[in-house]
Design a protein around this ligand. Structure first.
Ligand code: BGC
Length: 476
């Protein structure tokens, strides 16, 4: 159609509106149809794992017990009464597993160090065989041109330290920094990226508040006690790394969730949103910036005051090189005066009308986009999505896993990152959760998050369609 015909149809006045609309639609099409890795520019593409969830070898070669070993060995704590004794046996399969992530085209591997594998009792004697294992993993990455990213704490506190009070004991700050210092000196010659803590809210709330996770304590005060020590520890850990490894990139990883009112007009719901946002998104991040805990929106946080000591407010601060964001779901709340403390109840994901994952979490790609937007309002140097992924029921058919839902999930969430980047957010990397189907904490082996399927009887691996999609996407 030539321009004259077009003008006849549209009329001059509507032409510019039409063109504008066309340009907008084509921009959206670009994001929708032409999603490729190069649109992200210089970007770290990685895959994330955690020691307890994949390593197995729980008592081999001198490893000490962690709180997850003890917790998993008690009946009734884990779905199916399973435990992390063997998991994916990454301890013995790391060479072929690293080859898999290389084949899929990832350039970075985030794994965590098991503190009790390195220092079996948490403090004191070190375990040379444990150190040797991590040296081999790091070297294997480097030989394969994969950047090793170390997370220092993904929830597996040495049981010996839990016996002394664990995260409830303020000494944990010193125990942890000694361990960090040892790791920095041992691995820092080759490891240039460090994450201090994985999701402090999750391990303090579930481990010390609700009892759902190891070590299984229940109590609000315990939660706040552990949380304050974790908040101090994250900053202190950052300082130790910065002193010992001044050129390394140092970050820490937060769970984050956008929170919406069930009824946008309801004052009660809106207040509930503010309270929850303060606890779920701001409690561990804002103290780092010197803003303290968000008491105003969540006065319950004053319960932390009893654990505060002189200079804590200053010591809670640390200027990380990057913040890791991990978003798995959005939260929609009703203000509910009948619920003690939070005065809010969560609307079940299945009532929200969107697809849900096998964890009963809503698929809501805008959630990651919104979390990035929320966190990029802070003066943070870089944001890295240090985890993102979903559990779905996988069907093994003719030796293949066609996990369309998971593939679509990644595509949609990645579009959200691209959108946030185009709007100016400084997101510089993405780590898919996760390499292998694994030990999903209290859910045991019942939920599969991997890009690679694991037959837990034989330890055989099969790259799922989602993993193949990543391979195509990253190699394009
Ligand atoms: C944790 C992972 C976990 C994932 C899915 C994240 O919060 O860091 O260890 O497997 O959620 O539940």
């Amino acid at each position: 159609m030539d321009r004259r015909e077009l003008l006849k149809i549209l009329g001059t006045a509507s032409l510019s509106a039409y063109l504008l609309q066309w340009a907008k639609a084509s921009d959206e099409r670009n994001v929708k149809e032409f999603l490729n890795a190069s649109s992200f520019g210089t970007f770290t593409w990685g895959i994330a794992t955690a020691a307890t969830q994949i390593e197995g070898a729980w008592n081999i070669d001198g490893k000490g017990a962690s709180i997850w070993d003890t917790f998993g060995h008690k009946k009734g704590n884990i779905n199916g009464n399973s435990n992390a004794n063997v998991a994916c046996d990454f301890y013995h399969n790391y060479i072929s597993d690293i080859a898999l992530l290389k084949k899929m085209g990832f350039g970075a591997f985030r794994f965590s160090l098991s503190w009790p594998r390195i220092i079996p009792k948490g403090t004191g004697d070190i375990n040379l065989k444990g150190i040797d294992f991590y040296n081999r993993v790091i070297d294997q990455c480097i030989e394969n041109n994969i950047e090793p990213w170390i997370c220092l704490y993904h929830w597996d506190l040495p049981q010996a330290l839990e016996d002394k009070g664990g995260w409830l004991n303020r000494d944990v700050i010193g125990w942890f920094t000694d361990y960090v210092s040892f790791c920095a000196k041992t691995f820092g010659d080759r490891v240039k990226h460090w994450i201090v803590l994985n999701e402090p809210l999750s391990f303090t709330l579930f481990g010390y508040g609700t009892g759902l996770h190891a070590p299984g304590h229940i109590g609000l005060n315990k939660f706040f006690n552990a949380a304050h020590h974790a908040a101090l520890t994250q900053a202190e850990g950052g300082r130790v790394l910065r002193n010992l490894l001044p050129t390394a990139k140092i970050g820490t990883a937060f769970s984050c969730s956008p929170i919406d009112p069930h009824h946008p007009q309801s004052e009660r719901d809106i207040h509930a949103v503010r309270r929850l946002d303060a606890i779920m998104n701001r409690m561990f991040s804002e103290p780092l910036l010197g803003l303290g805990y968000p008491y105003k929106e969540a006065p319950i946080l004053h319960r932390i005051d009893q654990f505060m000591q002189q200079n804590d407010e200053v010591n809670l601060k640390f200027d990380f090189d990057f913040w890791g964001l991990q978003n798995y779901f959005r939260v929609v709340v009703d203000g509910n005066p009948l619920i003690p403390i939070l005065k809010a109840s969560k609307v079940a994901a299945k009532k929200l009308g969107n697809e849900i994952t096998d964890m009963n979490w809503e698929v809501y790609p805008d959630g990651l986009y919104r979390s990035i937007k929320q966190f990029s309002k802070y003066p943070v140097k870089e944001i890295i999505i240090t985890e993102g992924g979903a559990a779905f029921k996988d069907n093994l058919q003719n030796g293949e896993i066609v996990d369309e839902q998971r593939t679509r999930y990644f595509q949609e969430y990645l579009k959200g990152i691209l959108k946030a980047k185009k709007e100016g957010a400084n997101v510089t990397g993405y780590f898919a959760w996760t390499l292998l189907d694994n030990f999903e904490w209290a859910e045991g082996y019942s939920k599969r998050f991997g890009l690679v399927y694991v037959d837990f009887e034989t330890q055989k691996r099969i790259v799922k369609q989602s993993g193949q999609w990543f391979e195509m996407f990253l190699k394009e």
